[in-house]
Design a protein around this ligand. Structure first.
Ligand code: ADP
Ligand code: MG
Length: 356
């Protein structure tokens, strides 16, 4: 037999045991039944399955019935097409949870039938997560550049429009026109507010950090939002620790975070709802949690929160939480979201007290 670059049985065993991908040999019993003939169990040890010594067992015993069926469909595809199949597929394991794999299945054809399949599976979960984060930050920086340009361009004409509206208002005595002026004023303010939101995205670098009392920041935010809350008979209640804490932050940016989160809570609440804002501290962190009893968010949608432009609202921008995330990142903090549909949502901002 031809000697293939040092691949004797011992070397093969060594490679098989230590390679960092999952490699498996499947015996095709018939179209519905498959046995794992060999698998590099060393690597497999990363994936806690219910059964040990998986060689010789049916595929369902390794992956569970539902996931077994999913794998069998792929096997059948390879057998019918008699071609190598390359695909990405997610499997869930009792301890590791959701993992994404890059899988190749190769049919071994003997006398025109597929007797075995050789498979390799590479765990690409982390790679995918990193790629998604890259896309996210790319999106954000594009938004930032757009925001800078558009924001500044819009500010000037808006200022002159507002000025002329004031002039008209001061010289007007007609009641109908007075009403129109009011509407125009409200709409101008809304436009201005959207531009300001954009500009926050655009100016992430011009920030000045200092020590501020967190309860003062929250009080100022509540003052800003109370009018909106009152209009919908929503009550904002607060709970502060006895000893006030300071947080090292850019206070205007941090205010923006709480404005966005509390606004969302108001928008998710029904008339007459209550929103609890609680500050808790320990030696290292300050936690501010905002809890509402509004519509809640499904588990599936929680993952989408914070993606720029993700919104479920008719007039939403989908920028609120994206901005929050960006600012909180800058403060070396993190955002925690707990929610259940129909019960309500709790958003917690966790900030380190001191960081350099
Ligand atoms: P916008 O408020 O413009 O929609 P955000 O980024 O602030 O954008 O929020 C994105 C989405 O997250 C909202 O459209 C909503 O579906 C969901 N969301 C955020 N906060 C809450 C909350 N407290 N309760 C329910 N859904 C929320
Ligand atoms: Mg919002």
């Amino acid at each position: 037999m031809e000697k293939e670059s040092g691949l004797d049985t011992n070397n093969l065993k060594l490679i098989f045991r230590h390679i960092s991908d999952l490699i498996f040999l499947i015996r095709v019993v018939d179209l519905q039944h498959y046995e794992i003939e060999a698998i590099n169990e060393g690597y497999l040890a990363h994936y806690q399955t219910t059964k040990k010594n998986i060689s010789g067992k049916r595929i369902e015993e390794f992956l569970g019935v539902d996931q077994g069926i999913k794998a069998i469909r792929r096997f059948q595809e390879v057998i019918i097409r008699k071609e190598t199949l390359h695909f990405e597929e997610a499997y869930t394991f009792p301890e590791q949870g959701y993992r994404m794999f890059d899988i190749t299945l190769v049919p071994i054809i003997e006398e025109n039938t597929v007797a075995n399949l050789i498979g390799t599976a590479k765990d690409i979960t982390e790679k995918r997560i990193n790629e998604e984060q890259m896309v996210q930050s790319e999106k954000l920086s594009v938004v930032g550049q757009l925001a800078a340009g558009i924001g500044h361009e819009l500010k000037n004409p808006l200022t002159s429009l507002k000025g002329f509206l004031k002039l008209i208002d001061s010289e007007n005595s007609n009641q109908d026109i007075e009403r129109y002026i009011k509407v125009m004023d409200t709409e101008f303010n809304r436009i201005e507010q959207i531009i300001d939101e954009f500009l926050i995205l655009a100016k992430p670098n011009k920030i000045h950090f200092s020590h501020y009392r967190i309860d003062h920041i929250i009080e100022e935010v509540i003052e800003l939002l109370n009018a909106q809350a009152n209009m919908e008979s929503i009550v904002l209640t607060t709970e502060y620790p006895d000893i006030p804490s300071q947080v090292y932050c850019e206070n205007n940016q941090l205010k923006q975070v709480f404005i966005n989160i509390i606004k969302n809570a108001i928008e998710a609440s029904r008339d007459g709802g209550r929103i609890f804002i609680k500050i808790a501290t320990n030696e290292e962190h300050i936690q501010v949690s905002i809890r509402d009893h509004g519509e809640g968010i499904s588990q599936e949608d929680i993952d989408k929160l914070g993606s720029p432009f993700y919104t479920t609202k008719k007039n939403g921008t989908g920028l609120g939480l994206a901005i929050c995330k960006r600012i909180i990142d800058k403060h070396k903090g993190r955002l925690q979201i707990d929610s259940s549909v129909g019960q309500g949502t709790e958003i917690t901002v966790i900030l380190p007290i001191n960081f350099t």
